[in-house]
Design a protein around this ligand. Sequence first.
Ligand SMILES: [Zn+2]
Ligand SMILES: [Zn+2]
Length: 286
Amino acid sequence: MTGYLDTTIRLLRAAVRAAVDYALPPRCPGCGVIVGADRQFCLSCWSSLDFLDGPACAACSIPLPTALPDAPVRCGACLAQPPPFDGAPAAVAYGAVARTVALRLKYGRRAGHARLMAQYMARRLRGLADEHEHEHENAGAPLLLIAVPLHRWRLWSRGFNQAALIAAELARLTGAACGPDLLVRTKATASLRGKRRRERERIVAGAFALSAAAKARVAGRHVVLVDDVHASGATLRAAARVLRRGGAARVSALTWARVVPDALMTPNIFDFADWDSDIDTERMTG
Ligand SMILES: [Zn+2]
Ligand SMILES: [Zn+2]
């Protein structure tokens, strides 16, 4: 009887989904024009995306103007102060289309956008797994995806963590392990907007902790922190430090979109106010 009911419910769900799909043709995730398939950008949006394929800093993955053959290069900021992660690649540079996609996931609860972002991030994830193969003794450590967590108040008010949705899709696409609830946000941090670097670091310091179950799972692993947007990086650095202290062999920070210097010069695009995972205007953030 239960089996019969289950089947009926499943068929009904499939019928509703088909009806909705029929009523709502696939639209470009960037601008909303009708396109040929789900999670497909129109030509104009696609060609406006910057896939950050060029040379990059070995430590923080910010694009660099030139590459040296056979030698990892670090940017000035990383030479002055090495970041607590081994690479922070992003699928695309933060720009108008990347921002729209991330906002639609965050405020529109469109789970398909998490899948779209994960599709573009999967290539970077594979790159992280292959990278440094001969440079790091812990290069072969098994990958573990951990989403940057929200504070429980924020999770409660929004109902979902966009970074966790992306991490779950990435795990599904690549077969990498995913550790939800291993990293927790213990502090509801104040807004990072408009703050100087030192102040941002102070605000997020101590905002994260490993759960009781995490120690055994994190030790010796290559942890890949997953978030939607890498803006100032203060949040990712704070989370990475906690994972390192917890015994992770390597920590990388993988995001959908990364603010890069070119984007920094476009004030209407570079609006940190949208990003509570990094920078936020709301009084108590996750
Ligand atoms: Zn478009
Ligand atoms: Zn760097």
